[in-house]
Design a protein around this ligand. Structure first.
Ligand SMILES: NC(=O)C1=CN([C@@H]2O[C@H](COP(=O)(O)OP(=O)(O)OC[C@H]3O[C@@H](n4cnc5c(N)ncnc54)[C@H](OP(=O)(O)O)[C@@H]3O)[C@@H](O)[C@H]2O)C=CC1
Ligand SMILES: N[C@@H](C=O)C(=O)O
Length: 257
């Protein structure tokens, strides 16, 4: 079934992507920073799914680490003495919440988040698209957010970049056998908000999605070649409202967390 590379594979949506892809018989390349978690997951996936698993530790806020992941994506399978298979599906999933105000916030935190959610997505998509178009097949799945449609600060701006970038990439890839899809989830129960220390208790239950449903809808949309995937009817409706609402109204909501 081919090889999938998942960034941010150790937790939340990335962990779910890993399991759904491995149980669908994809070999997987797992990227994240926490080596212990990566090795434990690799062991579990090999034992349970019987697929090939590569562990590729990388901090995607660091350009040298991103370059190592890009080198893995560039492998076509024709290299002498290298039995690693080409990646047929790239899932650019790693991300962090920037839970601070911009003006008096820490610029280093902003730049690291930008590098993970924008720069790494750009570099890794470039490496994957080159290798995949040369082989005439493949898919790139970038994880944005419904936040892309809001005026929710630098996090929303990063996700707006990912959404727009992926749409442009999909246009450029038309007819090559390679597709690009952007998934735009609403709030999902993962480690994301806890890691950033954000209090989400004001969000009602109806606002929350679960990772298995988000991931299975996103992967189904990739298989159908959809460019924009918005999991759940609730968030399809919310996204339609956000697109139709006057921007002044969207700005009035401002930062929602
Ligand atoms: N949860 C939500 O409500 C929503 C999330 N999203 C997006 O979904 C994606 C996944 O988030 P989610 O699963 O919720 O978050 P989690 O916090 O649960 O998981 C984040 C993953 O990203 C990895 N990661 C974080 N920073 C880096 C880094 N510098 N380099 C490499 N890997 C890194 C983490 O692993 P490690 O720490 O080992 O590096 C972890 O595997 C993100 O892009 C997020 O913006 C979109 C909409 C809603
Ligand atoms: N929708 C979530 C992530 O993108 C959030 O904004 O907390």
């Amino acid at each position: 079934m081919g090889t999938a590379l998942v960034t941010g594979a150790t937790a939340g949506l990335g962990l779910e992507f890993t399991w759904q892809l491995a149980t669908a018989r994809h070999d997987v390349v797992l990227v994240a920073r926490d080596v212990e978690r990566l090795e434990k997951l690799a062991h579990q996936v090999r034992a349970a799914a019987g697929v090939r698993v590569e562990v590729l530790p990388a901090d995607l806020s660091q350009p040298d680490d991103v370059a190592r992941v890009a080198e893995r994506l560039a492998i076509t399978g024709d290299e002498d003495g290298d039995d690693r298979r080409p990646v047929g599906l790239l899932v650019n999933n790693a991300g962090v919440a920037t839970a601070q105000r911009f003006v008096d916030g820490d610029l280093g935190v902003e730049l690291a988040a930008f590098d993970v959610m924008v720069r790494a997505v750009l570099v890794l998509s470039h490496a994957a698209a080159g290798q995949m178009t040369a082989r005439g097949r493949g898919a790139i799945l970038n994880v944005a957010s419904v936040a892309a449609l809001t005026a929710g600060g630098t996090y929303a701006a990063a996700k707006a970049y990912v959404r727009s970038f992926t749409e442009g990439l999909a246009v450029e890839l038309k007819g090559t056998g390679v597709t690009a899809t952007v998934v735009c989830p609403g709030f999902v129960h993962t480690e994301f908000h806890d890691r950033a220390g954000v209090d989400m208790s004001a969000i009602p239950d109806v606002g929350w999605l679960e990772a298995p449903a988000v991931v299975s809808e996103a992967l189904a949309d990739v298989r159908r070649g959809l460019v924009i995937s918005t999991p759940s009817v609730r968030y399809k409706a919310a996204s339609a409202l956000l697109r139709l609402a006057p921007r002044a109204a969207v700005r009035a909501v401002g930062k929602y967390r």
